[in-house]
Ligand binder design. Sequence first.
Ligand code: 2RA
Length: 329
Amino acid sequence: MKVAVVGATGLVGTKMMQVLAERNFPVTELLPVASEKSVGKEVTFKGKTYKVIGMQDAIDAKPNVAIFSAGGNTSLEWAPKFAAAGITVIDNSSAWRMDATKKLVVPEINAHILTTEDKIIANPNCSTIQMVVALNPLHSKYKIKRLVISTYQSVTGTGKKAVDQLFNERNKTEGEKAYPYPIDLNVIPQIDVFLDNGYTKEEMKMVNETKKILQDDSIRVTATAVRIPVMGGHSESVNVEFEKDFELEEVKEILSNSDGIILQDNLKDLVYPMPLWAHEKDEVFVGRLRRDETQANTLNMWIVSDNLRKGAATNAVQIAEYLASKNML
Ligand code: 2RA
């Protein structure tokens, strides 16, 4: 399978290639692709060095699939050109996620909705992916009415510049800033830009994408997204009100038996999900499960996952694996 990775020099692009190699995706030819300024740079894949090529050269090489992580504007301009050439695009930007003609896919939940007609497939936002993986099996059983979410998001979600800012601050060296404030020894209650309603784009992604993936517009969702000086993954405190009542033991059993989820909930031994443990793992880790004692049918959850893996690269590669398994590439 010829695979193009668009945005191959970025944090997510690099992770895409790592995940493709680790999961043994049947890559016969890798095409690392990036903007003009990165053309000619070298990347490594399975121990071999590859030169980065430009967009049009990638289209001309006719890959079976192109996994994009190069920002919304690049996707808006180039994904349709790849698609018009018959190349399936799996896009990690926000460009197509809420487009009613595009599918927003988390394989554990809704890969089955994909058909050969889907030439541009949207990968959801990292903070949404890990949450819906944990929520979907419970939604099927108890039906979610309302979600109140607070996130604690890794600097890796912003990209290389933010990781550099954190370590420059820690090492007291000068450098470019990704955030308007210091991130080391700080917490920034702003992810992405503010919208007219006072929420950030990141918060509204969680609201809108959750409803689309779970195919349920009646779910009420409210979120506060926060950046913290952490590397290994995003964490989320989620308060979930269900229509039906639940038994905590049954919730644990459902989560333990669901694809892509690892239950880490053993208070006696101080076991609960943390970015330190989720780092470089593909699963979503769930713990601190407890009843909200102030309201009926309501559960508190703590959800952690490696945002560059399940939140981005792994989810995209799993979509490609699904398509390959159905001979749809
Ligand atoms: C973040 N949601 O963590 C972004 C990455 N897609 O900022």
